[in-house]
Ligand binder design. Sequence first.
Ligand code: NAX
Length: 337
Amino acid sequence: MTAPLRVLVTGAAGQIGYSIVIRIADGTVFGKEQPVQLVLLDVPQCANVLEGVVFELQDCALPTLHSVEAVTEEKAAFTGIDYAFLVGAMPRREGMERKDLLAANVKIFKSQGKALAEYAKPTTKVAIIVVGNPANTNAFIAAKYAAGKIPAKNFSAMTRLDHNRALAQLALKTGTTIGDVKNVIIWGNHSGTQFPDVTHATVNKNGTETDAYSAVGDNAFLQGPFIATVQKRGGVIIEKRKLSSAMSAAKAACDHIHDWHFGTKAGQYVSMAVPSDGSYGIPQGLIFSFPVTIDGATREWKIVQGLNFDDFAKGKIAATTKELEEERDDALKACDD
Ligand code: NAX
């Protein structure tokens, strides 16, 4: 029998948590043959809510779910885990800037980085996705405090929601469906400075594959409203729902880990914020969203190399890099306070 994977979801009493756990438990993420032991962490004030989620998961009667436990302490949460979905954080409310969130959230991720180092599986195989905002910088901090025990390359932050939003906007604009569109890229930070780039994307319209610029035939749209729509989508959803994106965020987190576990499809890449190795001149170690491919056998990601930038793209990438460097410096200061 396949050994179960031990999977942690933090912030599991929250709204993304509620949408994520069912996909992990029912085999959507790790496959229908892979048993899962789910560990749900939230703060002690949410213990009752967490218990409600556990009861619902039990009531789903899922063959892949071998066990589910609710915990409110890091030691119990992080012990022996294979995968971690670090969702728990203070969410952004209407009108709130990301910088306001930074100081509060960085402390959570410092503590969780230390807990990962101390309690996670003593192998290099544990894989971590940070969803809680500011996601890139939280991942940077968690990686820093887990260093020595868990390699930085095992840490990632989620820009897959932005990637999926870009795919959807491109499909809507060209009158195609998601399966017809591929290789959009989100560069940089999961924030308003991210650069949704379709320069290397393709669209299959009526059986003919063309580059996205030709398929859309409106460069001004792709360099203006398209980028703004993807960048600001999170804020628009908050304005409409009075809550941050949950269903789409949970789906994106599951896509991210699914592809990390199984590998990306041939000829396709996905966006993942990972520690920079210096590719494209991005400072080493910064958790930066790149196009990546993943080998399903080794579960190693690789940054897609050799893509060209025009001056427009260079400007956008410089802006998001600068923001991430500033966030990193602010976060390091907040960790020392
Ligand atoms: P909720 O407020 O519904 O849930 C967050 C949960 O985290 C709460 O239950 C809270 O008690 C828990 N929590 C807080 N501190 C914790 C700690 N130290 N340990 C464990 N649990 C803790 O927020 P939700 O809408 O689920 O959003 C969660 C996070 O995802 C937020 O930071 C949000 O900004 C972020 N998002 C990130 C996205 C991305 O693409 N990277 C998109 C969606 C979302 O906005």
